[in-house]
Design a protein around this ligand. Structure first.
Ligand code: EPZ
Length: 431
């Protein structure tokens, strides 16, 4: 079998109950690096981006940009340069887009820079249909002609895009990012109402302003962008991954390890830290950007509703569900963002959890322990919850389909091994 297929057969074997001690370093945020990389399409000058995490999704975005004609050079460990050499293609092909729906982030920049773009429809993914209708409606309002043919979005704006007053009926993170990027080179002013507030959106705006874009209001629900003729190159550092950081906090609390977490972005996790506090887990700052996690003996149950930033992030839902299995009472988690983000529930129940789903709400009853079993990673963030569950389960847990994990967590098995976890990869035939 070719290597790629073997990848799909890779599994993680986790030995539970190990004492964990040491330092976990939070990497650059995948969901910041992806739009940061897409923004390099907007300029003919060189852009240098530092702290890019080593993830499958980053590799996919690299391939996408190279296909378009951007030359990417690896300068040193996590620093890459991006420079549009000669335009090679205006098509983001299905084989790449189907691997990563965030590929839609090249649509806005390509349309704004070149006046034309063909991007394969991303297709659904395991957590839901994930439509892009809000992206397309907004671009049409900016004067683009959009057709859907043979599974491809064909967008053209030969005279360039024009500023428009965009109202997003739903808060969309990549929708806000796509339109903000497109608007930087549009003729006139664009206003985005009901814009997303996520730190990754704010960070993208800061990068675009360093490139010469005229943006106001990032971090609020109303962003104003005055189009400019062209953008220049810049140097940008990817912000820390708040979801990886939150995942490490749950891991540390559950395993009772003496773990220092480096680059923990407290300012992006204020609400999450408050929920942890309510459960009985404190995040203690020990230096400028290092924290340790202290927990009380008894973990208290809480009710959580996933919402847009700055409230509880859907990307931490599975990890907190795993944690709340060990609280001393019944908790409820309601998933409001995606229609199918509870696939980890049957997997956790195989380990001994006692979770029942009622519509959008999971009811988590307390259990004393997990016992190791064969389980499956289901979506990118939930796969980390499976690893955490395996680390606290008695005996051995085999986690199948771990390519999900490699899409979103940089070298997580090496990071965990470095603090004493017994975890190894194996190629095994999936049943
Ligand atoms: C971003 O996805 C993140 N991905 C997701 O992280 C994250 O879970 C999500 O935001 C919510 O925080 C990236 O930033 C690359 P949305 P995005 O558009 O932008 C609906 C991960 O694991 N919607 O904010 O695709 C949509 O179906 C990923 O890193 C439309 O209906 O999410 C969802 O219900 C998973 N039409 C809601 O809005 C549209 O045109 C929010 O989606 C767009 C979205």
């Amino acid at each position: 079998m070719i290597k790629e297929e073997l990848k799909l057969k890779e599994a993680l074997i986790v030995e539970g109950g190990q004492k964990l001690e040491g330092v976990l370093e939070v990497s650059g945020a995948k969901n910041a690096a992806l739009p940061n990389m897409a923004a390099t399409i907007l300029t003919d000058e060189e852009v240098v981006i530092d702290n890019i995490p080593d993830l499958l999704d980053i590799r996919t975005m690299e391939k996408l940009l190279t296909t378009i004609g951007i030359e990417i050079n690896h300068i040193k460990n996590k620093t890459y340069s991006f420079k549009l050499k000669d335009l090679k293609s205006l098509t983001a092909p299905y084989d790449l887009v189907s691997k990563m729906r965030a590929s839609i982030l090249v649509l806005g920049p390509m349309l704004a820079k070149f006046g034309y773009a063909e991007v394969s429809l991303p297709g659904g993914c395991s957590i839901g249909t994930r439509p892009v209708d809000l992206h397309l409606k907004a671009l049409e309002k900016m004067g683009a002609d959009i057709k859907i043919e043979h599974g491809y979005i064909k967008a053209s704006a030969p005279q360039g895009l024009k500023g428009a007053h965009i109202f997003f009926d739903k808060i969309t993170v990549t929708g806000t990012e796509n339109i903000m990027m497109a608007a930087t080179l549009a003729h006139g002013k664009t206003v985005i109402e009901n814009a997303a507030l996520e730190p990754e959106v704010v960070d993208l705006a800061l990068m675009l302003k360093k490139m010469g874009a005229n943006i106001k209001g990032e971090g609020t629900h109303r962003i104003e962008i005055e189009g400019v003729k062209s953008l220049r190159g810049t140097y940008h550092t990817v912000i820390p991954d708040r979801i990886e950081a939150g995942t490490f906090a749950v891991l540390s609390a559950l395993t009772g390890g003496k773990i220092i977490i480096k680059n923990y972005p407290n300012h992006y996790l204020e609400y999450v830290n408050e929920v942890l506090e309510n459960i009985g887990i404190s995040i203690i700052n020990i230096s400028e950007n290092e924290v340790i996690v202290k927990r009380k003996d008894i973990l208290k149950p809480v009710n959580i509703e996933t919402k847009e930033y700055p409230l509880f992030p859907t990307d931490l839902q599975a990890q907190f569900m795993t944690l709340l299995c060990f609280a001393d009472g019944v908790s409820e988690i309601t998933e409001n963002i995606f229609e199918n983000r509870f696939m980890h529930v049957p997997e956790l129940n195989r380990l001994g959890a006692n979770i029942e789903i009622k519509g959008k709400t999971a009811i988590i009853k307390p259990v004393k322990k997990f016992s190791g079993a064969s389980i499956k990673a289901t979506d990118l963030r939930a796969s980390a919850a499976m690893v955490i569950a395996g680390l606290v389960a008695e005996g051995e847990t085999t986690i199948h389909s771990i390519y999900h994990l490699d899409r979103g967590y940089e070298h997580i098995d090496q990071k965990l091994k470095s603090i004493g976890a017994k975890i190894r990869r194996e190629i095994i035939e999936e049943e």
